[in-house]
Design a protein around this ligand. Sequence first.
Ligand SMILES: NC(=O)C1=CN([C@@H]2O[C@H](COP(=O)(O)OP(=O)(O)OC[C@H]3O[C@@H](n4cnc5c(N)ncnc54)[C@H](O)[C@@H]3O)[C@@H](O)[C@H]2O)[C@@H](O)CC1
Ligand SMILES: [K+]
Length: 500
Amino acid sequence: MKILNVDQIRALDQATIQNEPIAPLNLMERAALAFVDWFVDHFPDTTLTKIFCGLGNNGGDGLAIARLLLERQYPVEVHVVRYAPRESDDFMHNHRRLKLVTEKVNYIEFSRDIPALRHNEVVIDAILGSGLSRPTEGIVKSTIEAINRAPATVVAVDIASGLYADQPNAEDDVIIEPDYTITFQLPKLAFVLPKNGRYVGEWHTVDIRLHKRYIDLAPTPYYFTHPREARLLLHKRDRYSHKGTFGHALLLVGSYGKMGAAVLSARACLRSGVGLLTVQIPRCGYPVLQTAVPEAMCRPDGHQYVLTGPSEVEGPPPGDYTTVGIGPGIGKAPETLAMFRELLPTLKKPIVVDADALNLLSENRELLEQVPPNSILTPHPKEFERLTQTWKDDYEKLGILRDFAKTHQVVVVLKGAYSAVATPAGEIHFNGTGNPGLSTGGTGDVLTGVLTALLAQGYDPVEAAVLGVYAHGLAGDRVAEQRGPIGMVASDVVDALRWE
Ligand SMILES: NC(=O)C1=CN([C@@H]2O[C@H](COP(=O)(O)OP(=O)(O)OC[C@H]3O[C@@H](n4cnc5c(N)ncnc54)[C@H](O)[C@@H]3O)[C@@H](O)[C@H]2O)[C@@H](O)CC1
Ligand SMILES: [K+]
């Protein structure tokens, strides 16, 4: 699904109002209803709910939510933060409507008006939404600080008050730290940026039937991979297919002391549907690989400890394989660099480049030009920084990422929470699967195996990256569900891969 910027979100609201057509007040009612449906499902017990409203349309949503919850017998307290003399029209309409249901609306003008908040209460934050245009200050700031100090559960309407939807906040901005964000229709860019984690919490979109045609036509470089979209990428298997149909991949992996990386990438490659797999490892890894991964063919390198290229076992040149995956555990020995340098010009089809192969690229930048177009590079942020430059915030990082993918015509998977897949066309697809349990040694090697397998099966490289990252994260989520994230190891992730 698309991620739109604030101007586009505003235009989308207007397009919905004009084209459906629907009165703005009714659209607000629809948004409030969608929020309340989620809320009632999630908080079925009628705990005391304190709703904090600003004076714009986010506040209007809050007032409508208050009325709808009161109608459902929820004990609700409304607190309007009166930071300015004027309210929006739809705020005023909803204020009048609320007054028909309850007399009790509280106003916060001074700090002493801020109510106490207890741990068994739920706070709904409807102070500021996507209309945020400056840092929070005065009574808005004090109210947010009080909410953040409180032990109550906090649910933000649309976006946490004080958080910009599509531009960086200053370090000292005061922003709501919600447990949940319930946002309308589409996620906001701010939600998928690592620095904002605590200003988003767990986020969900609720459908308020905004104008589909506007969304379809709106230009944006940013996408979030919906599970439905990821599943659609999966190739169906013909019952008459044979192992040749799914390609023959070559993995160049491992070195003395890092043969685990070779095993993990090989096992993940096989578990991701590759037809045939050959793994080239330094000679010392031969018994390891033949024992741990009997399904793979093995090409022992001429060198005992590191990869150098030549092998005693006859085989086609790397360029003849359907694809090549290189990097996990290979180290940076001069002989390995020499091999890499010789190898690249012989490859014409997209490959997967990871780990130490990326570090070799950073240290020998002229090699970047030799990487076959549409190859997939899978750096974590440190590796990406070495490949490019440092950034001052997540937004600048996205710019650098898009430029890099476009300039070098490669697909870059920037790993982390919400891994970002940058395409040669300059788009970025954020992934939502995965959990902190994946921050453990070897999970990157697993991803290399997954992506290599998908390329071998003929997936378009962008689709391979989007689907592979999604499936890898989902496997991690399955493991975390079964055994918790802390004890998760990379082999578990291999075993939990499923393609359906
Ligand atoms: N436009 C629509 O049709 C819909 C809008 N919806 C809601 O409307 C929200 C956007 O509403 P608004 O555009 O009124 O904006 P907000 O409610 O976010 O902000 C209200 C006003 O506060 C002022 N403001 C900005 N930064 C401030 C700050 N730091 N301190 C104090 N005041 C500040 C701005 O002048 C803005 O007009 C969305 O987040 C969403 O919750 C929903 O009802 C869905 C439909
Ligand atoms: K809000």
